[in-house]
Ligand binder design. Structure first.
Ligand code: SF4
Length: 234
């Protein structure tokens, strides 16, 4: 699979200290993406690494997986590498390694992969499909279908919502949508817009006035809690 970058990170990409692989390629093109260089399927900076090598590297790294850590696959969109990830995740499960995946939730067979994922993080950007297409270039239909499947199935789920001014700051719309389900096994995290990856877009970056205030983040937390939805900060 194509690895754009890798490194250790503590707590923000799943519990504990984790070896995080950023895989190349994404089927969305969110206008605020902070890893725009990970969107194209091809990137000369990404390195093709056989899954066996990745497995061995993960096994060698186990002493670093402290505080409940393990390995995390993100992107880009890691599930574009589904064919290699499924057997790799099965091997890692067999070896007792904690696997986390952060995904945009759009893969039609995500539920097969999810059987071997200990910590599943799905990003939910918008509930309205037309707006989702406008800002990400893709439909959210599969993402919402998958989220609804996992909410109904009772598996643990961590949903991340990027907060982008002028795009998705209707807290009540999100809360009303999620409160239709049993979310007792799910938590929500809000990621305020930032521009740390702006330079990776070079002259194509379109976002302006997209920052949200601390008050807006607080309002999301208050409204979600009002609807009985558990919120977390990592
Ligand atoms: S889904 Fe994630 S990686 Fe893909 S374009 Fe959107 S923010 Fe970037």
């Amino acid at each position: 699979m194509k690895v754009l970058q890798k490194g250790f990170n503590y707590s923000q990409d799943g519990p504990g200290n984790r070896l995080v692989y950023h895989l190349q390629g994404c089927n969305f093109a969110c206008k605020w993406c902070s890893n725009a260089d990970s969107i194209p399927l091809e990137n000369p900076k990404a390195k093709e690494v056989p899954a066996d090598e990745i497995f061995d590297e993960i096994m060698r790294s186990r002493p670093m997986f402290f505080d409940g850590g393990g390995v995390t696959f993100t992107g880009g969109e890691c599930t574009l590498h589904f064919g290699e990830l499924l057997p790799l995740f099965k091997r890692l499960r067999g070896a007792g390694v904690s696997v986390c995946a952060e995904t945009n939730g759009s893969h039609p067979d995500l539920r097969l992969l999810a059987e071997y994922i200990d910590c599943l993080i799905i990003d939910c950007k918008l509930t309205d499909d037309e707006a989702h297409k406008k800002y990400t270039g893709a439909s959210n239909r599969k993402t919402l279908e998958n989220i609804e499947f996992f909410l109904r199935s009772g598996r643990e789920l961590h949903i991340r919502i990027p907060l982008i001014n002028g795009v998705n700051t209707g807290a009540r719309d999100f809360a009303e949508y999620f409160s239709r389900f049993d979310t007792s096994h799910c938590d929500f995290e809000f990621l305020p817009y930032h521009e740390f990856g702006k330079d990776k877009w070079q002259d194509k970056y379109e976002m302006t006035d997209a920052f949200v205030s601390a008050e807006t983040v607080g309002e999301f937390e208050r409204i979600f809690n009002e609807y009985g939805l558990k919120t977390v900060k990592t």
